[in-house]
Write a protein that binds this ligand. Structure first.
Ligand SMILES: Cc1ncc(COP(=O)(O)O)c(C=O)c1O
Length: 440
């Protein structure tokens, strides 16, 4: 067991610096946090030499593992050659990446890219593009969505936890997220006939000719790992087509093999009009993009530039990332390992009834913790996460009530690492659910 209950001198120094120099909106996990100083594959190491299996990948970023030698080498080569020019000059890596992405993304229609540096910026750009392409001004988003931190992207973020701006934009309509476990209409799938999509239709009918696009994550990440029911996106697509609105899918967390397919939209068979990408695209280097079709791209001709968008170094890192994913068929590996992880969580659920539901796709998994009286068990989850960390595994928490244990490890986990994860989960649940520890 890692004995991290006493903060190291370095932790104490970093906490002191953080409290003095950062804006206090920047929170960290854990009562007794560690200072991470090195990463290798699926492992992270702290200042005291303790190692942790990374069960969260920096929120679905390091899909190929930390400091992958081929990505590091490609990055270093470019850093030593030419680091920055911006898009007013022609450079090869950005254009090679645009070409590679047009092949990497299934379906063939999404063949044009705009590069930027963060998911917020990619979504902001996608929303602008939808306005340009349709000549319309409003959007539909989901009640459990998270799409970023800029004004418009917090505007389309439904989760109250992340809606900080007291005066959010007004041109956004929210529809209920398709959360079957606690269906807002008290129905169950498939008898419900996808009642939750009727709410989208009602908005489209109430505001004829004004909705530019519907934006959604194919699987809610921060919203608590919510997989929409079968048929959901097909019906939404049909409604949007009938009303002349576009479909934007935000694959920040679900993209790049995470869910057992290269992109989560493949599970539904519905190709979006605009696809937004970030996080795992650069496997830890800051690069993001939105992609669209020839026809929609043709509507965005006024100048659009991003100083660091398509930066040579991050574009080379992304090219190396795509090559690795293709070579190792990481989507297949994620599907297999994901099934293994899911069965571990389901096994745990048999023994710990505090786990109300296990859900997710591939290696994007959630276990929702609920007390016997139906209230969210967020405090128990905090204890469990702290214990997991002490047993050498980092995991995440999501959901509007912060009670969904979330696993999104690098996609390259091996058998021994899965065993390590299983043991830590087991011990943490035994300790976290003991009477007196806040468990039910
Ligand atoms: C689904 C989704 N979209 C967008 C974002 C925002 O990305 P960024 O933090 O790179 O701006 C996030 C961040 O977690 C996300 O999960």
């Amino acid at each position: 067991m890692n004995t991290t209950s006493i903060p190291s001198p370095m932790t104490q120094r970093m906490l002191e610096k953080k409290s003095r120099f950062l804006i206090p909106c920047v929170y960290h996990f854990y009562k007794t946090p560690m200072v991470l100083i090195r990463g290798e594959g699926a492992w992270l190491f702290d200042d005291a030499g303790r190692r942790y299996l990374d069960g969260y990948s920096g929120v679905g970023v390091v899909n190929c593992g930390h400091c992958h030698p081929q990505i590091v080498a490609a990055t270093q080569r470019q850093l030593h050659t030419l680091q920055h020019t911006t898009t007013i000059y022609l450079t090869e890596p950005m254009l090679n990446l645009a070409e590679a992405l047009s092949r990497f993304v299934p379906g063939g229609s999404l063949c044009r890219s705009f590069f930027c540096t963060s998911g917020s910026e990619a979504n902001e750009g996608a929303l602008l593009l939808a306005k340009l392409a349709t000549g319309r001004t409003s959007f539909i988003a989901l009640s459990r969505a998270l799409h970023g931190r800029t004004w418009l992207t917090t505007g389309v973020t439904g989760l109250p936890f992340w809606r900080t701006d007291p005066e959010p934009p007004q041109n956004i309509h929210f529809a209920p997220s398709p959360v079957c476990r606690s269906c807002p209409f008290g129905l169950s799938h498939p008898e419900c006939n996808l009642r939750c999509t009727d709410a989208i239709e009602e908005i489209l009918e109430r505001h004829p000719g004004t909705v530019a696009a519907f934006i959604a994550e194919p699987v809610h990440g921060n919203g608590g790992i919510i997989v929409p029911p079968d048929g959901y996106f097909a019906r939404v697509r049909n409604l949007l087509d009938r009303h002349g609105a576009l479909l934007i899918l935000d694959e920040a967390q679900t993209g790049f093999c995470r869910t057992g397919r290269r992109f989560a939209f493949e599970h539904s068979g519905v190709v979006p009009d605009i696809l937004t990408l970030c996080k795992a695209l650069g496997n830890g280097l800051p690069i993001a993009a939105f992609m669209t079709t020839d026809a929609i791209a043709a509507t965005y001709t006024r100048p659009g530039a991003s100083t660091f968008g398509g930066n040579l170094v991050t574009a080379e890192a992304a090219l190396a990332t795509l090559a690795l994913m293709e070579h190792h068929r990481l989507e297949e590996r994620a599907a297999q390992t994901g099934e293994h992880l899911r069965s571990l969580l389901l096994g745990l659920q048999q023994r710990f009834p505090i786990i109300a539901q296990v859900r997710g796709r591939g290696m994007m998994l959630g276990a929702e913790l609920v007390h016997e009286d139906g209230t969210p068990a967020a405090t128990v989850l905090d204890v469990i996460l702290e214990r997991m960390k002490d047993h050498g595994v980092l995991a995440g928490k999501t959901g509007p009530d912060r009670n969904v244990l979330t696993l999104m490890p690098p996609l390259i986990l091996d058998e021994a690492q899965i065993e390590h994860l299983a043991l830590a989960l087991d011990l943490a649940f035994m300790e976290g659910c003991r009477p007196g520890q806040g468990g039910s």
